[in-house]
Each structure stands twice: as C-alpha cells, then as structure tokens.
Write a new protein. Sequence first.
Length: 84
Amino acid sequence: MELILQSLQVLGAVLILIAYVLGQFKALDPKSYAYLTLNLIGSAVLAVLAAIGREWGFLLLEGVWALVSLISIYGRLRSRRRLA
C-alpha cells in the first residue's frame, strides 16, 4: 500500500512539474486547458493523499492549487460559451 501511495505522490508531482516546465519554456500557455488540467489532476491527487495522511498544511496548499485550476478551467469554458 505504501508503494502505491508513494507512486501516486510522484505522479501528482510530475504532472504539476510537467506543466510548470513546459510553461517556463513557452511550450505550453499557462492559460491553456492542457496546463490547467495537468495542474488540476496533479494537485487534486496530492490533496487527496495529504488528506489521507492528515498533512493539513500540504492539504491546504494542494487543495487551493486544485481549486484555482478548476476555477480557471470553468472561467475559460464560461467565456467560450459567451462568445459562441
């Protein structure tokens, strides 16, 4: 079980880092769905694992990160619908 949790932690961190690195090298727009989705999935995984481990500071960080990503995706979808 411990190996599974650690693997999920690495996966969540890697997703966030991929988005960050690609954003820094201008290969991915930080406002793009791909960037926001990578951040949302990665931070949501880490937030769930932090909750399971009762790591409250980490849960706050990753929970807010996931929430901001989700709100940003929602905002993009909403503005897209208005334009259509």
